[in-house]
Each structure stands twice: as C-alpha cells, then as structure tokens.
Design a protein around this ligand. Sequence first.
Ligand SMILES: Cc1cc2nc3c(=O)[nH]c(=O)nc-3n(C[C@H](O)[C@H](O)[C@H](O)COP(=O)(O)O)c2cc1C
Length: 574
Amino acid sequence: MVALTERTEKRLTIQTVEIAEHTTAIRSLDWDRDRFDIEFGLQNGTTYNSFLIRGEQIALVDTSHEKFRQLYFDTLTGLINPQEIDYLIISHTEPDHSGLVKDLLQMAPEITVVASKVAIQFLENLVHQPFKQKIVKNGDRLNIGNGHEFEFVIAPNLHWPDTIFSFDHKTQTLYTCDAFGMHYCSDSTFDEDLKTIEADFRYYYDCLMGPNARSVLSAMKRMGELPSIKMIATGHGPLLHHNVAELTGRYRTWSQTQTKAETTVGIFYVSEYGYSDRLAQAIGNGISKTGVAVEIVDLGAEVDLQELRELVNRCTGLVVGLPPASSAASIQAALSTVLGSAKEKQAIGVFETGGGDDEPIDPLLSKFRNLGLTEVFPAIRIKQTPTENTYKQCEEAGTDLGQWVTRDRSIKAMKSLGADLDKALGRLSGGLYIITAKKGDVSSAMLASWVSQASFKPLGFSIAVAKDRAIESLMQVGDCFVLNVLEEGNYQTLMKHFLKRFAPGADRFEGVRTQAAENGTPILTDALAYVECEVVSRMDCGDHWAVYSTVYAGRVSKAEALTAVHHRKVGNHY
Ligand SMILES: Cc1cc2nc3c(=O)[nH]c(=O)nc-3n(C[C@H](O)[C@H](O)[C@H](O)COP(=O)(O)O)c2cc1C
C-alpha cells in the first residue's frame, strides 16, 4: 500500500509504505532540496526515511528533518498514537534525521531512546530535558516481541561518529541511515531501477563514505556476521531490496580501492562548530578529484592515539581544521599527536572555523613549517557562516593539495608515452574554447580544446574535462553551462587570462567582459560565438570525464570570422 499526500508549495510530501511484516516506512520526500551541500551536487532532491516496527512493543527508527514537522507528525499520528511507541532508535544524531526527536519526546515522554553512547550525550544537549535511554553497544539486542528482535552494529564515522545500524532478525532488514543511501527523491520506495540511481549512489559514496573507507570496511565486516540481509532500509533515497548484494559489493570494492591508494591525505578537524565537518568534506572532495585517498578524522570523537600516529605517518599530506583553544584536553592531545608525528616533505594545509576564541592559526602553521612541511594552500580563515563560495574555495584548495602530492607521479606518467605515438597522437587538433559555468552563486571557467560535436539529433557535443578541474563540479548531469568559441587571431587575451593560476575560490571573471546567458551563466562578450548547453551524461575516461551535452541556444557575433584552431606537437599535452 502506498499513500501519497498532496504536494505542498515547497514540494514536500510524505510516502508511507508497508515494506515488510509489521514494518512501515515513513518517507519524507524533499523534491527540490536546494541547499548547497556538496553531497547534493546531483540535485535530485532527497528523502528522510523513518520506520515504524510493530512487535508486541513498538519501535520507531529515526524521525525526519524539522522542515517536515507538520507533515511528519500528521502522518505518524495517522498511523499510531505516539504515546504507544516504546522505543525510538536513533541511528545517528545528524539533524536531518533527529530534527524532530525533541518534539516527539514532548508528545510521548515515556519513550525510551536507544542509541550509541555518543549519540545519547549529543541528544541530551539537544533535548534539554531528562528522557529514558538505553545505550547500546555492538552485538546488543532488543526484543520487541512477535519475533522482531533488533541486533545493533556499531558503525562509527558512517558518516557521523555516533552511528549504529539496527538489524531486525524477523524481517532481515538492516536499518543503516546514511550508509548505503543516496540523495535521490522519487516515488519509488525501492531500488528496482538501478540505472537511474547508480550515479547518485556513487556520488553520495564518494562525498560521504569514501573519506571513511576504512570505517566502511570495518562496519561491513561486522555486517557480515549477521544472518543474510534481505533489505537495507536507508535513511536517504530508495531502500535497497533488489540490488542488496550488488550495491553492498560496490561499497566494498570502492572502499578497498580507496584504502589501497598509494597516496593518502589525512584531514583532522573538530566538529564543534557544526560547519567544520562540511568544510573538511569539501576539502576532501577536492583532494579525491586528484585520485588521492582521503581519511577524515574528527579529533573530537574517541581517537586512538596510536592509530592516529600511524595514519599521520602514512600520509603524504595533512589538513588540519583548528579547534577552539578552549577544547577538551583529549582534543589537544590528539592535535599534539598530529603535530608530533608530522614529518618533513609532507604537504600541509589549515583551515579555521568560527568565532574569536580559536587557537591562533599562524603559530600552528609555523610549527608545521619548522618541521619542514610545505604549506600548499593559503590558510582558509572562516569567520562567518560558510557560503557556497566558501565550500568551492575549500574544494579548490583540496585539489591544489592533491595535485601537489601527486606531482611527481603526473610528470612520470606523461614521460612514459613512446615518442612516435606521442607525436602521432599530437596530430589530433581542436579549436579553442572557454567553458563558463554557474551553479547557485558559484561560477567558474576554463580553457578547453578537447571539444567536438557528437550528435545531430539531438544537437550535442562532447568535452573532455580533467577530473581535477575546478569547473568539473559545476558540470554534473543536469547542470547548465556555456561554450564560448574563441576567434582566430583574436584569442590571446582571453586565453592568457583563463590560463592564469587562480587561487582557491578566486573570481575567475574579474576584469573580463561578460553578459548573462538565459541560464544565468556568464557569456564572454569578446568570444566569437557561444552556445548554451545542458550536461546529459558523463563517461569515465581515466583521468578525464567525457562530458556529453545538448545545446539549446547560441549566437555568433561576427558572421565572417573563423574559430581559433589549436595545433599541438604531442599527444600527452593539450
Ligand atoms: C591549449 C589548451 C587546451 C586545453 N584544453 C583542455 C581541455 O579540453 N580539457 C581540460 O580539462 N583542460 C584543458 N586545458 C587545461 C586547462 O585549461 C587549464 O589547465 C585549467 O584551467 C587549470 O585547471 P583548473 O581550472 O582546475 O584550475 C587546456 C589547456 C591548454 C593550454
């Protein structure tokens, strides 16, 4: 049975579905999620999934985002009197799942909250009133009758430190919240259509789980000790039912690849301000674009100092997000461990978040410098609420760092091409173009020559975009951009401008004449022609994405002029 409510203006709806015996999914469908969080890059909205399980006693797994307050409680109270709920199982305390815990406990103060120790502590600060609680550890069980017995699996860092999975032995359903999820909103409750969801599944993994690949493998090892899992009831997107083995297999393979990467950068931060985890993640994404593995460590969570030391030793680069000077002794100890294990030749980058009582960033940086580390990007100092541009700055800083730690490898790879082949391939030539893109408040641009028309019907063309280009994150499927065509004999100024080395987050259009395209993207006034385009698909081509786009508008400014052509000598350069 599927019941859909009417869509409201903001396109928030709720879906309730019987997904297994005595088990109802309450899915909050957020069709137009527009906030700029990195992991929402594919713009397919998201869902927040909550589950009601009725044994002799009744358990609710997670709640919803606070923007669903009215809709969620209208739905829940239509299903059950909240006072009849015995247990509220909290998979982790991120606000999009736990945003309504306080309201629920006000309605039904007798509920026992079941969660990890860290999650309970966090909730105490959130709820500000005593509540019944049950702290669970790995392997603990909770029997609610009628065969529904939950077994808990600790899964720290997926993607919050306090995460637990809950396995219902009766329905063989594993409730995982963020893990194995995706930001994908549709009426489909399940994953029957793998083709339409797999890009979002991968993107979400790359953003949230990849930086914790070791933790993914540890959690999966614990999952392996459970009886066979029929369904993975995730907290975001469709539930996994048709492709459980396939999709969990992908998590395993991706995580194994990550942990085997030859180059790793560690990001060490403290999540106290609420922004620093997002900033760390944005830097991590930028690093990942260069093919370097990232390990993110929240120094505020329980950190094993020996493991921390080993990680720092293994890393080619370090990023440190400065904690407030007032932070706990354990955090300071962890920070000292990072500093004490850092060594010459490593790359370093730092970021600072929040208010006035921060530990001064410069003394720490000079300590790293004195140890012989190289500062690869200018310190990121954030004093106000981060904006889309702040996250982009972080991503670009991460990419700079990733490129720095892999620079020897890149040079070696270029040199390894045979001389004849290199020259022959160099005979492939193209035009000269500037790609410009804008997504929300963030804009970017780059010079490109690997551009070629690819179809008549529909009108479309391809561009090869290196995976570590700044503009790459604005060229996801569904994104719009402009292809500006440069003019023969009149392209030097624009080419020179866009080939400059821009600092992370720099405005690439400063000093360049532009006008806005229909889709808001800057068009270069001095270009010979432009076309407005939408990305339709992306093919993985090793170090580049072949981005196929269709075009829907365009103009030429000088009827007689020709396109600038780019001849080259070798195939291993543009
Ligand atoms: C003649 C020429 C053609 C280029 N064509 C491409 C291209 O087709 N795809 C690409 O990813 N980069 C291309 N590049 C590289 C980028 O334009 C340039 O290095 C980039 O703007 C810098 O990277 P960033 O934007 O990530 O900072 C080309 C560079 C030159 C000099």
